[in-house]
Design a protein around this ligand. Structure first.
Ligand code: BTN
Length: 317
């Protein structure tokens, strides 16, 4: 455990983006230069991009804006838990493991995930400090059938927050991605815990690319893009705050009030797309969503609705 504390302290020191000599660091931690080399090796394994120059020392490729509880609370005073986890297997798993003690709107955020999950059993690349890894618990009174609509609302909320903070033209892609310049900017993974009674217990996981460099191409295998520099603590506060408000609205009114937001943000509206459903490919023109959250596809002049977690949408241009 202690070694992790030292590694986190080392990241804090290097977060300023300046050079720090091996000697200075060895003195600080009261270990040998070889010990510092070992620490640096671990930081690289955590996905941090560090240069080392003889005579100057070690330096991060870019400054880090570390997550900070005090700053988050300055932006948003909440009666929900917002836990900061420096290192965790998966923020979704962390909440799933604690589901009995959570109330709707409780969330956690991590600097680094060792086993981050994407949709359909895929991995999610989650290097230290450079992106956003956020999860929120929600008790869905309408039951699991409403989870599709809920995940679309999450996309709308996060897209609008990122638009406001960055001024960029961020879009939604059915069902669970955010796009910028036709490239993947963020992914949403909604997972449910085992059912008790009629309501569903869901964990909403959000991963946003912010300042990622050198992603593992075995994991990141589609066109991707970073948002760029934003105040990550403000971003966490805004998502925690606004998502809760909008999910309460969704609980009361369903997806209907959000359809026009989806149309406003829809990356593929009126564009040719193909749906991959198992081995089948279905082609058509994307025409938005209906009140169940199904994708509407125009084929030979008729509109047909498609819904289900196993459908992937791709551009067909
Ligand atoms: C996707 O495949 O597009 C969804 C990616 C979701 C990644 C986020 S990061 C925070 C949360 N914790 C996880 O393990 N996954 C989600």
């Amino acid at each position: 455990m202690r070694i992790n504390q030292n590694l986190l302290k080392l990241i804090e020191i290097l977060a300023d983006g300046q050079f720090h000599s091996g000697e200075e660091l060895a003195t600080y931690f009261d270990i040998t230069r070889a010990g510092i080399n070992k620490y640096i090796k671990v930081l690289r394994e955590w996905g941090l991009v560090l240069s080392s120059i003889q005579g100057k020392g070690y330096c991060l490729a870019s400054k880090l804006d570390l997550l900070n509880e005090v700053k988050i609370k300055q932006y948003y005073q909440s009666d929900n838990r917002i836990e900061i986890l420096p290192i965790i297997d998966s923020t979704n798993q962390y909440l799933l493991d604690r589901i009995d003690s959570l109330k709707s709107g409780d969330c956690c955020v991590a600097e680094f995930q060792t086993q981050a999950r994407g949709r359909r059993g895929r991995q999610w690349f989650a290097p230290f400090g450079s992106n956003l890894y956020f999860s929120m618990y929600w008790r869905l009174e309408q039951g699991i059938a409403a989870a599709m609509g809920l995940s679309l609302v999450v996309g709308i909320v996060v897209a609008d927050i990122l638009r406001e903070l960055s001024g960029q033209d961020i879009k939604v892609k059915w069902p669970n991605d955010l796009y910028l310049q036709d490239k993947k900017l963020a992914g949403i993974l909604v997972e449910s815990a085992s059912k008790t009674g009629d309501c569903a217990h869901v964990i909403i996981g959000i991963g946003v690319n912010l300042m990622m460099t050198q992603p593992d191409t075995n994991i990141v295998n589609q066109k991707w893009i970073n948002l760029g520099e934003v105040d990550r603590n403000l971003l966490v506060a805004k998502i925690a705050q606004i998502l809760k408000v909008k999910l309460l609205e969704f609980e009361q009114k369903g997806l209907a009030p959000f359809i026009k937001d989806w149309s406003r943000l829809d990356n593929f509206a009126n564009r040719p797309v193909k749906l991959l459903i198992g081995n089948d490919i279905i082609r058509g023109i994307a025409k938005g969503i209906n009140e169940q959250g199904a994708l509407l596809l125009e084929q030979e002049g008729k509109i047909k609705a498609y819904i289900g977690g196993e459908i992937s949408l791709r551009s067909d241009e």
